[in-house]
Design a protein around this ligand. Structure first.
Ligand code: ZN
Length: 117
């Protein structure tokens, strides 16, 4: 079962981000031409390119341009309405929690880092 991915926590340059959130937002921004994949490739860690891409997305869509995304915030909602097809929520087969498939489609990054496969 899948559903639209919802942010677990805020995304922003001075925020404590979640790997799943960063992965989904980066993929959406990349697939829609806002984020150019850097030379080191796609990672689940925030980088300046992602914050710039969020600002670009906000600017082009008439949203407040601050490079920040909040759970249930206007930028998240706008992406869900417009880009959601590319960000389904997956369910971890170990802990049953929602995740975004950073390392595996079956197992969340927390279980993966504990060595579950
Ligand atoms: Zn898990």
């Amino acid at each position: 079962m899948t559903q639209d991915y919802r942010l677990k926590s805020a995304i922003g340059a001075d925020r404590e981000t979640d790997l799943d959130d960063v992965w989904v937002v980066k993929k959406n921004l990349r697939d829609n031409g806002y984020y150019s994949e850097p030379s080191y490739g796609m990672t689940p860690y925030p980088d300046q390119f992602m914050f710039d891409a969020i600002k670009q997305y906000q600017k082009e869509n008439g949203l407040k341009v601050d490079g920040v995304m909040l759970p249930d915030g206007e930028t998240e909602q706008h992406m869900l309405d417009n880009l959601a097809a590319k960000s389904p929520t997956l369910w971890c087969t170990k802990c049953k929690g929602p995740h975004a498939g950073v390392y595996s489609m079956r197992i969340c990054h927390n279980c993966w880092e504990k060595g579950e496969r």
